[in-house]
Ligand binder design. Structure first.
Ligand SMILES: Cc1cc2nc3c(=O)[nH]c(=O)nc-3n(C[C@H](O)[C@H](O)[C@H](O)COP(=O)(O)OP(=O)(O)OC[C@H]3O[C@@H](n4cnc5c(N)ncnc54)[C@H](O)[C@@H]3O)c2cc1C
Length: 389
């Protein structure tokens, strides 16, 4: 098997796409690979700002922004490639960086001309760092249960409540905050606001103490009656909920691609090790039982990749990706949980040593099972589609 049969072999990638994926590989080698284990060990609370700066300088921050807005004009497939190659080094970093990459895109897709004029330059230079504030302490999967209140005041809205799991809360300057304008309408009452996180009524908590994922700098955000003018309503009541669900297919496909990236790297490590280590007078790779293990991992990975790229094709072409994205994420997350311990097993006890990233990958990859919809929520979605016919 080719050690790197991944998105880079996708025949529909353009030259522009390939260029951005290659840049992401170089970025990961230079900025993520040498630091990821250290960040995790030291519980680095959020990316160092210089990493965000380097990300912006590499042009990757704007890779998928249309050329008409001054971006790189890369496709969704390229984005999948970017997150996949970064996840090979660190899945948490991939989560964090895709969040940054989504910043300008959210404004391009949903913003008014005035909002774009005010916020796009900062977002595209990396000076403005966006945080997506959707989850709350009492509701994650149940998005319609959003309790943060948006009350009408003259010329705008007053937001009060608490958000949880805010990625990049440690460095974010602009919040995309979902809040309820009318609790009796559940999802239909939810609107989305651009919130200046420097406002005195906004307070980030200390970053969470996490066993994996510290570099994502995740915090709670308290909103204590912050005023948001009408010009900063990003999505009106009645459309925010549907739009958030509309963008979830792309998000689920990213997560599936990250799982493929991390397992691709773990398999490559296991394969290399099996070519160097001997047992019973033979290289590990010469034992058929060991090769069977690698074959199982490679087959699982290939199946998850094909599902991921199929979902990506549907997202890219504007097709109905709901089922494909949910299935790809579910299968990729389950594949990760099965195969990462198997990769580690190939290294025997050495797999536990910090010089190999396998234990780090194993724990960090668990976040894929929660972010952008848990596995149970994917199954719920797939099951509903079956029932609906
Ligand atoms: C690393 C990381 C980064 C994140 N970043 C962000 C971010 O930037 N912004 C943001 O807003 N959120 C973020 N999140 C939060 C994430 O979106 C939530 O974790 C996710 O929505 C799940 O919510 P929950 O963790 O509260 O679980 P809950 O919703 O409380 O679920 C708990 C358990 O119950 C199960 N469950 C819930 N409902 C059902 C059901 N109907 N049927 C069967 N089982 C069910 C779930 O599958 C899960 O196993 C992040 C999470 C992680 C791990």
């Amino acid at each position: 098997m080719k050690a790197r049969a991944d998105i880079r072999d996708h025949r529909r990638l353009t030259e522009v796409d390939r260029d951005f994926i290659a840049r992401a590989e170089r970025f990961a080698e230079q900025h993520i690979k040498p630091n990821a284990a250290k960040w995790e060990r030291q519980r680095q609370p959020g990316f160092p700002v210089e990493v965000v700066g380097a990300w912006a300088e590499s042009g990757l921050l704007n890779a998928c922004v249309p050329k008409s807005f001054g971006g790189g004009g890369a496709s969704f497939l390229a984005k999948i490639g970017i997150v996949e190659v970064i996840a090979r080094q660190c899945i948490i970093s991939s989560f964090g960086l895709v969040n940054l990459l989504n910043g300008p895109l959210r404004l391009v897709q949903n913003g008014t001309e005035d909002q774009r004029a005010r916020h796009l330059p900062g977002l595209m230079s990396g000076k403005t760092i966006i945080a997506l504030c959707l989850t709350e302490p009492q509701s994650g999967s149940d998005f319609a249960g959003t309790a943060t209140r948006a009350e009408r005041i003259e010329g705008g809205w007053k937001l009060t409540g608490r958000k949880a799991w805010v990625t990049h809360g440690t460095i974010a300057t602009l919040g995309i905050v979902y809040a309820q304008t009318d609790p009796s309408r559940r999802g239909k009452g939810i609107a989305c606001f651009l919130v200046d996180l420097a406002a005195k009524e906004c307070a980030m908590s200390a970053p969470y103490a996490l066993e994996a994922g510290s570099a994502a700098g995740i915090c709670d955000l308290a909103l204590d009656g912050v005023h948001v003018p009408d010009r900063d309503v990003l999505m009106q009541p009645g459309e925010a909920f549907a739009k958030a669900l509309g963008s979830i297919n792309a998000a689920r496909t990213h997560v599936a691609a990250m799982c493929c990236g991390v397992v691709g790297e773990a398999l490559a490590i296991a394969n290399r090790y099996a070519h160097e280590r001997k047992a019973f007078g033979q290289l590990l790779i010469e034992h058929q039982g060991l090769r069977f293990k690698l074959a199982d991992i490679a087959s699982d990975l290939e199946a998850a990749r094909q599902l991921t790229y199929r979902a990506a094709d549907l997202v890219e072409s504007g097709g109905d990706a709901v089922s494909a994205a949910a299935i790809a994420k579910k299968m990729a997350v389950e594949m990760t949980a099965r195969t990462l311990p198997e990769c580690m097993q190939v290294l025997g006890a050495n797999g536990l040593k910090s010089e190999y990233p396998l234990a780090r990958h194993m724990l960090a990859a668990r976040i894929a099972a929660f972010a952008d919809g848990t596995n149970e929520i994917q199954k719920d979605r797939i099951g509903r589609l079956i029932v609906e016919g």
